[in-house]
Design a protein around this ligand. Structure first.
Ligand code: 2PG
Ligand code: MG
Length: 423
């Protein structure tokens, strides 16, 4: 048997950053090389995502994954035995067929993505290449611009504020390392400001400060102050990026901002965000409207798409088809790329390629439930995504990924090109 052919696949039940069970897959090829990957998990999920297979019942809030792990061992492993790991597309097609559902509910999106990513790692290891280099295939790569959460809200902080991610990004940095340096100062300054005001309440799911604010806008004011206290000019070295995650508080064109005690229609929400765009140095807004509000997305993109990135996450769910439709309808100008929303590496790459073909910004992203797995750092570099979203600047499941990009930047040496998605 050839060296790249799969000798062993095994699933394992491990734990994610929220202390919930998740799926890990190991793949070993005949030549001895191996690959491993861990499925992440979202909390604010789009209805069009690949779904995780969870066991239900009383244990662990119904979130156990024993059936998904069994599917890896009993159904996926025998089907993949002897296949060549370098045929990612062929293996992903087989995984999709084995599952046989549109949303991967049968074998589980968690079983599929961990397997598909483990195949990718095994293929890189079989060539003794770091994953990013294997993905780049000799082409020049860019180091992504990070967007990093400072305050976490929405579904990641018991809806303490309505907006989910208050992030910063440092578009004028000369390198990834410098962007992290600047972010570290802002994160620190934000912590000091909160502690001075008696607002330190710990951190939300992705490591951003728990947002004990009286209004959504107070979070924005505090972020601007933190940037200034860190010694930077808001909108110059450090700018703001938001994930509104509006599907979490709106549907059928009605949006209920609980913290601000306001109910808005689609135009009202667009107008409110428009005022924020005027007042604050915002360069990107993700899911400004709910996933069912196509017209709202179109109007918002028509009004502000020239000025800033309008990013589809729940709205596009890492689907090439949805990206193409959004591009044709002018309903976005950037796409978030989450491998577990698609369910396989091949479908993830197709969504990214569709985004690039449409001239969209492309942002590889982690989930709110994460692990020590750093695959997305390699995907962002090797696929030349241009941007990377991982969560905050605390907690090792987040820092592991930022640190991995630092290592890649070092490996590229002085020739490393840093992406400039905002010109
Ligand atoms: C998002 C992600 C990350 P989740 O909405 O972009 O912040 O959250 O993984 O819960 O979907
Ligand atoms: Mg999002």
């Amino acid at each position: 048997m050839a060296a790249n052919h799969i000798a062993r696949v095994n699933g394992r039940r491990i734990w994610d950053s929220r202390g919930r069970p998740t799926v890990e897959v190991d793949i070993v090829v005949e030549g001895g090389a191996s690959g491993r990957a861990i499925a992440p998990a979202g909390a604010s999920t789009g209805s069009g995502e690949a779904v995780d297979l969870r066991d239900g019942g009383a244990a662990f809030g119904g979130l156990d994954v024993r059936r998904a792990v069994a599917n890896v061992d009993e159904i996926i492993a025998p089907a993949l035995a002897g296949l060549d790991v370098s045929d990612q597309a062929g293996i992903d097609r087989l995984l999709i067929e084995l599952d046989g559902t549109a949303n991967k509910a049968s074998l589980g999106g968690n079983a599929l993505i961990a397997t598909s990513l483990a195949v990718l790692h095994a293929a890189a290891a079989a060539q003794a290449l770091p994953l990013w280099r294997h993905l780049a295939g000799g082409a020049e790569v860019t180091i992504p611009l990070p967007e990093i959460q400072v305050f976490g809200g929405g579904a990641h902080a018991a809806r303490r504020v309505d907006v989910q991610d208050f992030m910063v990004t440092c578009p004028r940095s000369g390198s990834f390392a410098q962007a992290l340096d600047r972010t570290a100062e802002v994160y620190r300054a934000a912590g000091q400001l909160l502690s001075e005001r008696g607002l330190i309440m710990g951190v939300a799911d992705e490591g951003g400060y728990w947002p004990a604010f009286a209004s959504n806008e107070e979070a924005l004011d505090m972020l601007v102050r933190a940037i200034e206290r860190a010694g930077f000019t808001p909108g110059d070295e450090v700018a703001i990026s938001l994930d509104i995650a509006a599907s979490e508080f709106g549907e059928d064109g009605r949006y209920r901002l609980a913290l601000d005690d306001r109910e808005l229609d689609s135009d009202g929400l667009c107008a409110m965000l428009g005022r924020w765009i005027e007042r604050y140095p915002i360069v990107a807004i993700e899911d400004p409207l709910a996933e069912d509000d196509l017209e709202g997305f179109r109007r918002f993109t028509a009004a502000y798409g020239e000025k800033l990135q309008v990013v589809g996450d729940d709205f596009l769910v890492t689907s090439a088809e949805r990206v193409c439709k959004a591009a044709a309808g002018g309903a976005c100008n950037a796409v978030l790329i989450k491998p577990n929303q698609a369910g396989t590496v091949t479908e993830t790459k197709a969504a990214l390629d569709a985004g690039k073909a449409a001239g969209f910004g492309t942002i590889v992203s982690a989930r709110s439930g994460e692990s020590e797995d750093v695959t997305i750092a390699h995907l962002a570099v090797g696929w030349n995504a241009g941007q990377l979203k991982v969560g905050s600047f605390a907690r090792s499941e987040r820092m592991a990924k930022w640190n991995e990009v630092l290592r890649i930047e070092e490996a590229l040496g002085p020739g490393a090109r840093f992406a400039r998605p905002f010109g």
